[in-house]
Design a protein around this ligand. Sequence first.
Ligand code: FRU
Length: 466
Amino acid sequence: MTNDTWRNEYHLSPKSGRMNDPCGLCEFKGVYHFFYQLNPEWPDRKAPKCWGHATSTDLVTWKNLEPAIKPDSAFDANGAFSGSAIQHNGKLYLYYTGNVEEVGGHDHITDGRQSSVVMVSTADGRTFSSKKVVLRNADYPKECSCIVRDPKVWEKDGTLYMLLGARDRNNEGLALVYSSTDGISWKFSNSIRSDNPFGYMWEAPNRILLDGREFLAVCPQGLKEDLLKFENNYQAGYFWLSDPVPSTTMVDEATFNEWDHGFDFYTPQSFVDQQGRTILVGWLGVPGAGYGSRPDNPNGNPRFSGCLSVPRQLSLVCDEDGVDYIRQWPVSEVEALRGKAQSLRGGELALDGHHADIVLDHIDERAGSITLDDDLTFSFGNYRATLRFAEDATSSAGRTKRSCAMPENSIHSLRILVDETAVEVYVNDGMWVFSTRWFPTTSKLTISTDIDHSDASVYQLEHKNA
Ligand code: FRU
């Protein structure tokens, strides 16, 4: 295995170390800045996280820089955990969770953990100010445990708002809302809970505004699998809000939709870029999933681990039955990487390398399947779609299958992005998405399908990350 075995080209991954959540996503002064959770000491699992930092001007070519925030203070000694960025007064303000786990007989849930919100600013996106603690445990409502984290900040009508994810003392997940006029002093506004308990902790909360409608995205931990829903260890999805934040205090858990129905998509964060696009990016991984990112996994490169999804543009769309949903679609910059279109004549094609954009439009079949490398199959029919690894596929690194229920005869298009160790399947122009990591060992990507009635084009994607 070389240093660069399983190196993605357009999916952002760290130079070395292990990446998890995207943090502080933004476009600042014409440059995209993506920060992310990074354990630079990987495979030492216990080493504290810092904020890795990468920049781009096109969302597909990434330059990894030095970590932006290191856990070098008393209030973040056990990790500079996740958070977000906001532009304010010409500067970029970064808010993150300073995690401290006290030694000696604590459960680190109800006691022995400090979860502070810390702020750092930058005027140039390269040099960062000293740190300022703006909220600490004593500032959270009494019903909360000491697990409160992942500040997401935005501005509305001159006021700054912050969402925090929390676990209460009855082991129920909730989000906390704070407001501020200067970004430094924050006042508690209200909490947001579900009508019925919905998991024991809500990680990485996020507020999304699309066409005047607001959504609360959270990552609930502790949901039970339920008829082709919630098949992963933890979930990532969004609730429809009847009132905007901060007026909302309750959400209806029946409105919760999962962003992605594959194996690997967690703690997504959204931001609005200077073109006004609302862009969602998730970590292609799930904590504790038991596959893929373990140092002892023969299929993972131990030198670097984890990657982010491609940036997905969000839009609010109405389906044929008049039901609104959030569509996710790869930003158009991905298409600029396409080489010449090749056809899938006879249902088979082999490409050099695993970097492809596979498009099947105008599908006119009740059921069908498409397989990559004889290992990974996406199939649909019989009221469901499924992403499944062959039983003997070592590329799966322990993954098996994931499904999602859908109406019969409802699939009309598929787009599959392949990038060395990442596969993202977009169904019906982004109505449903299925993502997974995989670790292929062949030099060629083989594609085979029994979907005869469609317009199929396959593009090799040609690119090198900086
Ligand atoms: C989610 C998460 C966050 C936390 C971060 C630590 O994956 O647990 O809640 O801030 O990871 O890396």
